[in-house]
Design a binder for this molecule. Structure first.
Ligand code: GLA
Length: 348
């Protein structure tokens, strides 16, 4: 484990970069700004390490313009319709920063604040415990929210992400990790194979707010219950693909309880790298990098073209605070939110 200065955030706070390395040489680097995973180097089938996440070489890139590369997103990941919700009879107004809606926590969400960080060694690996206290009223949300996010890199090449939160007033909370994966390390992700353990999605309107229904995936381009190349059906004539500009949807995970369950498998047959995603969350937002358009230059000057990365954001459903039939995202005083997601890397 190593810590080094990584520049200064816009609010004047120093930012640190922390490097975790496991017994196999797998390396995860994360910084205190946004608890962002800056790089993640995992082996291909020949044992060659490659960086499988998109991002920038320096803090400046992230501060200037980042579509949430590698960040922890909160207080509410995904969209809240019209930036409004009513809780216990009171209406709250959030910044509208995505068409008519509020996206990913508002103007200065958890991806843009400096977190406190402690490093740790556990029985099965090395880790970073990030902590952030979001003030009552921050970005319009009620209650002081105390959040801990722990990244553990194990010697089995797992990255475990554990979330904990408490509040002093009822508030919606939906935390997720917004890494953009490219298991090949370059090119687009259309050749990656994906399997998602979901029989329905929550279909959206043209502003990507769920209409409240559940759409069975069977017989549609959204059926990833068996592995499919992402590019295979992404251009199909389907209203949901038109609304999303590709895949940008919440897949409802098949689960019988709230324990850690297999959510998805992502496979790049060229490199042999395979990512298994496990989570306690009820959904996963599969986002195929549709808004990447060649305007951002990332690590080593790489231009991030359309669909050079994809996200598998394990989370609750979008707009849950306005959709009473969805699993609740409300955290109340006295309760502790606990959530876990694990990325299991292997090569075949
Ligand atoms: C999420 C959203 C997308 C997009 C990205 C960031 O995946 O669902 O619509 O906003 O974040 O660009």
């Amino acid at each position: 484990m190593a810590r080094e200065p990584f520049g200064t955030a816009p609010d004047g706070q120093g930012v640190e970069l922390i490097t975790l390395t496991n017994a196999n040489g797998v390396e995860l680097r994360a910084m205190t700004y946004g608890a962002i995973i800056v790089s993640l180097k995992v082996p291909d089938r020949n044992g060659v390490l490659g960086d499988v996440v998109l991002g920038y070489d320096s803090l400046a890139g992230y501060v200037k313009s980042s579509p949430y590369f590698g960040a922890i997103v909160g207080r509410y990941g995904n969209r809240i319709a019209k930036g409004k919700f009513t809780l216990d009879g009171q209406t709250y107004t959030l910044a509208v920063n995505n068409g008519p809606n509020s996206l990913h926590g508002g103007l200065r969400g958890f991806d843009k604040v400096v977190w406190h960080a402690d490093t740790m060694r556990t029985a099965d690996g090395v880790g970073i415990r990030f902590h952030y206290v979001s003030k009552d009223g921050e970005e319009g949300y009620p209650g002081t929210l105390s959040v801990t996010v722990t990244y553990t890199l194990t010697d089995a090449n797992d990255v475990q992400i554990a979330y904990e939160a408490t509040t002093d007033k009822a508030t919606p909370v939906n935390l997720t990790q917004h890494a953009y994966f490219n298991l090949a390390g370059s090119g687009d992700i259309l050749g990656h194979e994906l399997q998602i353990n979901a029989g329905v999605i929550t279909p959206v309107d043209s502003t990507l707010i769920p209409d409240g229904s559940l759409m069975p995936v069977q017989g549609t381009p959204f059926d990833f219950t068996t592995p499919h190349r992402i590019g295979e059906r992404i251009g199909a004539d389907h209203e949901q693909l038109r609304f999303g500009g590709g895949y940008d949807h919440n897949f409802v995970l098949i689960r019988s309880d709230t324990t850690l369950k297999h959510a998805a498998v992502l496979r790049d047959s060229a490199s042999g790298r395979v990512l298994g995603v496990f989570t306690t969350e009820p959904g996963v937002q599969f986002y195929s990098g549709n808004f990447l358009d060649g305007t951002l230059s990332g690590k080593n000057g790489t231009v991030y073209q359309h669909r050079t990365g994809l996200c598998l954001e394990t989370q609750h459903y979008p707009d849950s605070p306005n959709q009473p039939q969805f699993p609740s995202t409300i955290l109340r005083p006295g309760e502790t939110l606990r959530s876990q997601t694990v990325w299991k890397f292997r090569a075949e």
